[in-house]
Design a protein around this ligand. Structure first.
Ligand code: SAH
Length: 364
């Protein structure tokens, strides 16, 4: 068989793996065993999977692959943040960031090579779009990061939280992202609680509704403006999914429950969206939506014409929200010295398109 056609076992979640084994006339619990080997023990050599029969091992070796993306360089920030450049094929590399904090370790993963959404303040957007990442390339970032951090050896959980805030729009690569989320939250695989997995989206409403049904993890919305005119300029996908509709989908997502609030991300752009009027307007928008706000100081990158609001302006903006009863924090900038902060990830690839992804409204 041509290697090209062999399935990569990292492209399956539990459900799809169970049907794969059933088709082979194997018991479906083989799927759980395989996930444990790969994601809990870090074993990717089929020969070492000793609870599989010799014949099953030979079959899997002959007919499948376990192929991981490859770390090609590591940068370490003064604050302990690590950024890896990860090769996904001969021409394309993406970036993954690990942010250690006292009580947690967060891995920020990418879902696409580039991004097609063209948000004006984002460095990834400037690079354009090349392709969606496969499930193996997305979950593979978590696997290789765990390996680098010594998790499989020590058994200690070092990555406690996953955020889909790297390169790309996760909800425009839905099928591969949902399988990744299933693996992250499945007890036979990485076994993280749903609250510790956060999907950040620029607001792809059909994807939000599907996520709610399929695997309701934490949701973050890149809002960045409280009126459609401004939001359509800086986050062009707003023309398809305007603020009121987007916030209705957030309300559906939380089902009105205050204990699972949506994170509203709001990048602070000097003289663009940072006035007190903007703050009051944001309060109005969020009325009735269980939410908390993360204000993100704008991270600069070469060629950008934006700059960050100053600290006094950010604090004044924050105070308006807090006084109105909205839980608000200013996100600490991490890894700025190695270009690992929000919106600074670029990878290494050649764009196929700098315009909207073909069929960008469809969920792949
Ligand atoms: N496409 C997804 C996830 C990637 S971006 C989304 O839009 O949510 C992750 C977060 O970083 C988003 O809130 C994004 O708007 C923000 N961001 C992008 N560029 C930034 C920059 N230069 N400075 C600060 N935050 C930025």
């Amino acid at each position: 068989m041509n290697t090209q056609q062999k399935p990569n076992l990292l492209d399956f979640d539990l459900k799809t793996l169970e049907s794969y084994f059933e088709k082979l006339d194997e018991k479906s619990f083989r799927a759980q065993q395989l996930l444990k080997w790969i994601y809990q023990r870090g074993v990717i050599d089929i020969e070492l999977m000793t609870n599989f029969s010799t014949s099953l091992r030979s079959f899997l070796k002959e007919n499948t692959l376990i192929k991981l993306p490859e770390i090609i360089s590591e940068k370490k920030s003064e604050d302990g943040t690590k950024k890896w450049l990860i090769k996904v094929d001969e021409k394309n590399s993406i970036e993954t960031v690990f942010i250690p904090e006292n009580d947690r370790g967060t891995l920020c993963i990418s879902t696409q090579v580039g991004c097609a959404l063209d948000c004006k303040f984002c460095s990834t957007a400037k690079q354009g779009f090349n392709r969606n990442l496969t499930t193996s390339e997305i979950i593979g970032q978590v696997w290789v990061a765990n390996k680098m951090l010594g998790h499989f050896k020590s058994g200690k959980r070092i990555i406690t939280n996953i955020v889909f805030m790297g390169m790309g729009e996760p909800l425009l690569n839905y099928n591969n992202v949902i399988k990744t989320i299933n693996l992250l939250t499945n007890d036979h695989a990485f076994g993280l609680s749903k609250r510790r997995v956060t999907v950040s989206t620029s607001g792809i409403i059909p994807g939000i509704d599907r996520l709610k049904e399929d695997n309701k993890v934490s949701l973050a919305i890149s809002l960045h403006a409280s009126n459609d005119e401004l939001r359509s300029t800086i986050v062009p996908i707003n023309r398809s999914y305007p603020i009121a509709d987007l916030l209705s989908s957030c309300k559906r997502y939380t089902e009105g429950k205050d204990d699972e609030p949506i994170t509203i991300e709001y990048v602070m752009l000097k003289d663009i969206n940072d006035s007190l009027k903007d703050a009051h307007n944001l309060v109005k928008c969020l009325h009735g939506i269980p939410s908390k706000v993360n204000l993100i100081p704008f991270n600069k990158f070469p060629g950008t014409y934006f700059s960050s609001s100053d600290t006094a302006t950010i604090n004044a903006f924050r105070d308006v929200l807090i006084k109105s009863g909205i839980f608000t924090i200013t996100r600490k900038t991490r890894g700025d010295d190695i270009d690992a902060a929000c919106g600074q990830l670029v990878g290494n690839f050649v764009a196929k398109s700098t315009k909207h992804q073909k069929n960008s409204m469809e969920l792949n």
